[in-house]
Design a protein around this ligand. Sequence first.
Ligand code: UDX
Ligand code: UDX
Ligand code: ADP
Length: 471
Amino acid sequence: MTVKSICCIGAGYVGGPTCAVIAYKCHDIKVTIVDLNQARIDAWNSDKLPIYEPGLEEIVMERRGKNLFFSTDVDQGIQDADLIFVSVNTPTKKSGMGAGMAADLAYIEAATRRIAQVSKTPKIVVEKSTVPCRTAQSMRTILEANSTGNIRFDILSNPEFLAEGTAIKDLLNPDRVLIGALQTPEGIKAQNALVGVYTHWVPRDRCITTNLWSSELSKLAANAMLAQRISSVNALSAICEATGADVDEVAYACGRDTRLGSKFLKASVGFGGSCFQKDILNLVWLSTQLNLPEVAAYWKQVVDMNEHQKHRFVQRIISTLFNTITNKKIAVLGFAFKKDTGDTRESAAITLIKSFIQEHARVAVYDPKVEPEQIMMDLTEPGVVDNRKQVEQHVQICSSAMEAAQGADALIICTEWDEFKDTELDYSKIYESMNKPAFLFDGRLMLDAPKLRNMGFKVQVIGKTELAGTA
Ligand code: UDX
Ligand code: UDX
Ligand code: ADP
């Protein structure tokens, strides 16, 4: 079977870029991305796309209106398609069983029910959102129980491995594409149909085909292992700060072992993003439910270490600023969870700034891509009376690093945006405008600390001590 028409339910960070690239690479396939959120669809149809990704705009502008469409007509999208990606949000549950850990599958379920209700022809239904293991089984049950008439549905798992900030690059040249299917003749036929879409541009040997459950678990496992490396290096950064070892040197020395490899060993203020924490907690919840408490505790520690890393950084800032930051001005550079994205989900900056507010500091934030309202929303506890007012009193959102630094006691690098490099930003001018002593905390190990110390800054870097190498 050859896929001619694709519908993607969910025009978010995953569905949008993924299907834009499919349209870009497969001119013979009509791709329609549908979403219930009118504002989001309007933005996809406008000059200012709802998400920022390097290279995304060019691809959307080239294919939009040709074989790439954005619409709120979910039912029509479903009916026209022979393959449907389900790419809706799967947030961590806030209440009930598994609260704080399990994924909330309400959106997946709603989308699946809709597919069952409106489909008039056979469909291949592909789970694209990261989901707990065995979600495909639930989708199958819903589809079979709710379909009108005798329509055939085949379910595939095709988890997305793109990273934000490099989504288009990752999609154009993926390390691998993973497609899981039931190992029945029909399942394998559906699997081959989706392989046929990707081989428009991805070499066949990079398309991995597995059973459904392996595919679902692999996505959780890959994210858990990536996050585990960061928590490992961050745990080492604490030892470095206490001993005089330098975490960059340690990471480099370890990474040169080809069995370890050099990637994902950058110590930081803590990992963020919509996936790592959520997926590990999914794995923890799955292990708990499978009555494997030791396995659950093992993975949970990766998240706990990440929390500890953020807490440790705050502690270091406060103790360096003579044990109080009350009424001091703290300039935070970067609010997104990493560079080259406007996404703030689980960003370490949120935890840090909330702690600064608790300590009654004045916070000035600058991020090149995050909208001011998003920052205010992330810092506000929904439903807590007067909380918004308190946040507004303490937080000033700035339109440049220079403005944020004006009169500040400390400058904190939270996100590694290129424009914060010491070769880009005029740190001597920043130094002049700050209160003295002017403290600088590098949470991303991106600055030349000796050079900045020569300018007069008191510099502290994660995983390093000022005296390193001299003791
Ligand atoms: C190890 C380090 O590899 C080496 O760099 C260091 O200098 C000494 O310690 P060694 O203990 O000799 O070397 O063997 P290694 O190949 O690392 O295996 C250690 C254990 O891990 C073995 O029991 C091996 O069976 C097991 N192992 C290794 C696994 O179970 N799975 C793997 O994927 C790799
Ligand atoms: C991640 C996975 O990389 C991707 O494969 C999956 O599909 C979704 O989750 P993403 O969250 O977009 O992607 O970004 P990633 O580059 O993995 O970074 C996640 C967080 O880890 C960021 O906060 C980043 O700053 C941090 N990080 C990453 C480190 O602190 N150190 C590192 O060495 C690498
Ligand atoms: P991700 O990062 O996984 O892509 P997002 O939250 O960015 O997640 O995007 C998910 C999108 O899915 C949202 O825009 C949301 O409006 C949309 N969505 C959720 N449920 C449905 C549904 N039943 N039908 C259509 N769109 C949906």
